[in-house]
Design a protein around this ligand. Structure first.
Ligand SMILES: Nc1ncnc2c1ncn2[C@@H]1O[C@H](COP(=O)(O)OP(=O)(O)OP(=O)(O)O)[C@@H](O)[C@H]1O
Ligand SMILES: [Mg+2]
Length: 295
């Protein structure tokens, strides 16, 4: 089965239902831009400790692989129980920004991730003290904060306070902070010039119709356990896939999952134009228009 990688080829032995489940399961594709960002993160991780650590802001459109990318990085640097030493080591901690710029809730989230007992109603300075002590204890080397645009849900004053908290944490712990979010996050960071020049923006832009995109299609095809080659990177098919997904990797992934499942169910065993027309796909911008119209 030369159109498949080894594990997808093996999956051909499974029942149809099991194969569909595989098609719908998460998968990681190391596309070139992702590799560039991963390398930047590795660089940051080994940056010598100083009172002024460089930080990063991974910024991009929604549904375009930001979270998957940083989670991939975190998975490469997992916590270690450190059986011979004192306690658990956590080189990289991944935390979501609270839905509003609330310092206390942010600390709660960190304490919960580390299974630390805490009093939710404790004073915020005590929680801060506890968080810093704990993060030093586990040997933290990088703090990753996803959905940082959530801080835009507060007024300017609250936004600024929250950003100052980040600055303070970075200084105290002497670790780089990696924030992840949409363009709104970028704008929020720009409001504070001191922060703006400490957060290097790294872009995860929407895909363009180029050879990288064709390679991405080829990678997807090798991972989808279908019996026949679809040749997704072929001109007609790739053009159609690009326009249906509008350049978002999340849309492309969902689209191919739907088409792949349909290809199994229908017995066709490959994705072609007919299947793409049959799956009742609403493009992202049409979906948005429908919502804006209210139904
Ligand atoms: N490297 C990848 N390989 C394969 N599929 C991917 C990859 N990155 C993203 N995807 C697909 O795109 C979907 C959306 O990715 P992700 O959740 O990381 O986007 P996001 O940019 O964080 O979106 P949001 O702004 O909504 O948080 C994933 O669920 C997955 O299906
Ligand atoms: Mg995300």
């Amino acid at each position: 089965m030369s159109h498949l990688n080894d594990s997808a080829a093996k999956q051909l032995e499974l029942s149809n239902a099991e194969r569909i489940e595989k098609i719908r399961s998460p998968r990681w594709i190391g596309y070139p831009r992702a590799k560039v960002v991963l390398a930047k993160l590795e660089d940051l991780l080994v940056y010598p400790r100083s009172h002024r650590m460089p930080n990063m802001l991974v910024v991009g459109d929604t549904n375009n692989g930001k979270t998957m990318l940083v989670q991939r990085f975190c998975a490469l640097h997992p916590a270690d129980n450190n059986p011979s030493g004192d306690g658990v080591r956590v080189p990289v901690l991944f935390v979501q920004a609270p839905p509003i710029p609330d310092e206390g809730r942010f600390y709660n989230a960190i304490l919960e991730l580390l299974f630390a007992p805490y009093k939710p109603n404790d004073r915020v300075d005590r929680k801060q003290f506890q968080v810093i002590k704990l993060l030093k204890y586990v040997g933290l080397r990088m703090l990753v904060i996803d959905e940082i645009h959530h801080i835009m849900a507060g007024n300017l004053n609250k936004q600024r306070t929250f950003l100052n908290v980040l600055k303070y944490l970075g200084n105290e712990l002497q670790v780089p902070i990696v924030t992840v979010g949409t363009r709104d996050a970028f704008r929020a960071l720009q409001t504070d010039s001191q922060l703006a020049n400490r957060f290097e923006p790294v872009l995860l832009p929407r895909w363009e119709f180029d050879t990288d995109f064709l390679r991405l299609l080829a990678s997807f095809e090798r991972m989808l356990p279908l019996r026949e080659p679809s040749l997704l990177h072929d001109t007609t098919l790739s053009t159609k896939l690009f326009s249906m997904s509008e350049g978002y990797i999340g849309e492309l992934s969902r689209l191919l999952n739907m088409a792949g499942a349909y290809a199994v169910e229908s017995g066709k065993e490959r994705i072609d134009e007919k299947i793409l027309n049959a799956i009742d796909w609403v493009s992202p911008s049409d979906r948005k228009r429908q919502i804006d119209r209210g139904g």
